[in-house]
Structures are given as structure tokens and as C-alpha cells.
Design a binder for this molecule. Structure first.
Ligand code: KG4
Ligand code: ZN
Length: 350
């Protein structure tokens, strides 16, 4: 079987995603988001997310099958996000996937959400270069991974560094809130920053001092930056002057993108890797995309970033990783596979 037909289910956070792929070809990518239900809380409420997954699951599966023009019985395998993510939310997806696998009598693959953010790029740019340096930047994670086998075989996904406090997306969301922009803040900061001055405020670049680089060369820290923005805004408000939202957004975004791209390129160079892949919701950021391209090119490194719709959480990424599991002959998961909210990135298939 060279081109497996795989249905993937993603429910780790607030998107109910059902994707269908044939090998590296995307056939359907149905997403139902509960983001609007969380907006007034300024963050994702786990119980609200779980209930929304439950309601959206069957209609989203039906929509994906209709779009792909397939029947459930046609699929070769079911893939599902086993973790990491919100425990209750994951459980809905895992239970649905198990029911489908039993119903259609097909194997099930419980996979890692983070590795799926890497695998999704195959749907757009073809086979993954292995090794590649993957930078995952989302609302829950910021990490640099050396990927020699995206299915995780023989230490194929090796973490080089990660955030020691807030994730990059979390920093975008918190700073957006400070600036009075809606949740989730990333896209709003991105838009505001286009009209702003990137060098208006010189915000701190976390873990980039010479001393930090000794211990945390490939790690990230964004909580100091978030605090610096909060202090700056407070000082402005106290002095009675208006806060230049676009300029603060642009300066904050510049600080995040500067650190992310600097460390990603440094990691690729130090590992002798010629391809950087960026995934996760923050990879949708226009400044990050441009800066990564520019800095990598200066070192002769190629950059692959999926289109924004495939960077944020979706089911196609899970289907893509599932298809890779089938193509590479990996053993399916047991039917009692768990939903593991803190699944380590090194464990790609449960
Ligand atoms: O990967 P994702 O959809 O969900 C998680 O697994 O967290 O990422 C969501 C995060 C949010 O923090 C959101 O603000 C951020 O990605 N994000 C962006 C942009 N679009 C989404 N951050 C910066 N710029 C964007 N254009
Ligand atoms: Zn994600």
C-alpha cells in the first residue's frame, strides 16, 4: 500500500479537526472551532472545549467525508491526537477515533500533536527533508526539534530546546490582552504590527545574553518580555499619554521573532542541518515568516512553512502523520491507547 487513505482527528485544544489524506495528498480538512465561546474568558476553558468537541465531532466527520467524497469504510486507518493537550478535550477525540476504528474494523494510530505539526508540511511541500530542524511555536509549546524520522522511530524526534516559561503564542495572547486586542491575540498583533514601528521600543530578548546562551542556547523565555510590555504600557497610562498600540505590537512582535529565528538558525547551523521547518499557530505570523526566510537564506538554509490554515490546529496534520505511520509500516496502537495530556514530544506513536 503506497498511498494510504487516512482519517485524522484532532481535539487537543479548542479546534475539532477532521482531516482526510491519501498519502501526501490532502482530500479534506474540516475544522469546527469553539474559539468564540472562550473569547470572553481571555483563554481556552477546558470544560467548554470538551463539550464543544462532543457536539462538533459527528458533523465534522461527516463534512470531511463529504468533501473528500469517501465513505468511512473506505479508509485504511484512523489517526488521532493522543496528546499533549487538554485532558478532557483529548479524551473526546480518542474515544471517537476508537469507536470509528472498531466500527469500520481498521487500525488506529494514536499520535503526538507536536510531531503532527511537523508532518503536515508534507501535504503542501512534499516529502519531509530528514534531517530537518523543526521549530514548533503554538499557544502551548515553543520548541526546537531535530527530526530524523517524523514517526519517532529510533529517537527520530529529538528535542534541542524549549520554552522555560510561556509559549510564544501565549505571549502573543497575553500581550494582545494588555493592548485591548481580542483573543486569540496572535493574528490581531500581526495585523496591528503592520502599521507600527518595529524599533519604537527595544523590548528584551529572552535567554540571549552570553551567560544564558551557555545553559539555554536553544531554549526560549517569553515571560520577561510580556512583563516588560506590561510595565511599558502601565507607565504610559500613568503619564496620561495614549498607548501607541500599533508601535507596541510591532516592537513586541519584533522581539519574539528575533529570538525565534536567531535560535532556529543557530540550531540548524550547529547541527549541520540545511532545512528548517516551522509549524504551530505562531508560524502563521507574517513577520516570523519573512524574518526566518531572510536569516536562513543568509546561511544557505531552506525554510518550509505550511500555509497559515495548516499551521493552526487541524485534523489534516494528524491524518498526515497517520499516513506516514502506515507508509513506514509502523505497528498500530492498541485499542486501549490513552489520552495523555503531557505526552513527551519524543513519543510520536503511543
Ligand atoms: O497551534 P495552535 O492553533 O494551537 C495550539 O496548539 O496552541 O496555536 C494557537 C496560537 C495562539 O496563541 C494564537 O494567538 C497564535 O497561535 N497565532 C498567531 C498567529 N495566528 C495564530 N501568533 C502570531 N501571529 C499570528 N498570525
Ligand atoms: Zn497545536
Amino acid at each position: 500500500m503506497t498511498e494510504p487513505l487516512v482519517l485524522g482527528i484532532e481535539t487537543s485544544c479548542d479546534e475539532t479537526g477532521v482531516g482526510i489524506v491519501r498519502g501526501h495528498t490532502l482530500l479534506a480538512d474540516a475544522v469546527a472551532s469553539s474559539v468564540d465561546e472562550h473569547a470572553r474568558f481571555g483563554g481556552v476553558v477546558p470544560e467548554v472545549a470538551s463539550r464543544a468537541h462532543l457536539e462538533a465531532m459527528v458533523p465534522t466527520i461527516e463534512r470531511a467525508c463529504d468533501t473528500a467524497g469517501i465513505r468511512l469504510s473506505d479508509v485504511d486507518a484512523i489517526a488521532v491526537t493522543s496528546g499533549p493537550g487538554l485532558a478532557g478535550a483529548l479524551m473526546v477525540g480518542v474515544a471517537a477515533a476508537k469507536a470509528l476504528a472498531i466500527g469500520v474494523g481498521k487500525p488506529i494510530y494514536g499520535v503526538n500533536h507536536l510531531a503532527a505539526h511537523v508532518a503536515v508540511d508534507q501535504l503542501e511541500h512534499g516529502p519531509l527533508p530528514e534531517p530537518c530542524l523543526a521549530m514548533l511555536v503554538s499557544g502551548g509549546h515553543s520548541s526546537l526539534l531535530r527530526v530524523t524520522d517524523v514517526t519517532g522511530q529510533d529517537g527520530g524526534v529529538d528535542p534541542l530546546g524549549a520554552t522555560i516559561d510561556d509559549a510564544a503564542g501565549e505571549a502573543f495572547d497575553k500581550v494582545a490582552r494588555l493592548l485591548g486586542l481580542p483573543f486569540p491575540g496572535g493574528p490581531h498583533i500581526d495585523r496591528a504590527a503592520r502599521e507600527g514601528d518595529r524599533v519604537y521600543v527595544d523590548f528584551p530578548r529572552g535567554l540571549t545574553s552570553r551567560r544564558d546562551l551557555e545553559r539555554h542556547r536553544f531554549d526560549f523565555s517569553f515571560s520577561g518580555l510580556k512583563t516588560a510590555v506590561a510595565r511599558w504600557v502601565e507607565a504610559r497610562e500613568r503619564s496620561g499619554e495614549p498607548v501607541p498600540v500599533n508601535d507596541v505590537a510591532a516592537s513586541f512582535q519584533e522581539a519574539v521573532c528575533d529570538v525565534l529565528t536567531r535560535k532556529a538558525v543557530d540550531a540548524a547551523v550547529s547541527e549541520g542541518i540545511e532545512d528548517i521547518l516551522i509549524g504551530g499557530g505562531v508560524a502563521a505570523n507574517s513577520r516570523l515568516r519573512a524574518m526566518a526566510e531572510e536569516r536562513a537564506a543568509a546561511k544557505g538554509i531552506r525554510v518550509r512553512i505550511p500555509r497559515p490554515g495548516l499551521c493552526t490546529d487541524n485534523g489534516a496534520m494528524v491524518a498526515a502523520l497517520g499516513a506516514e505511520m502506515v507508509s513506514r509500516g509502523r505497528t498500530p496502537s492498541a485499542l486501549d491507547l490513552p489520552a495523555d495530556s503531557s505526552l513527551p514530544v519524543t513519543e510520536v506513536l503511543v
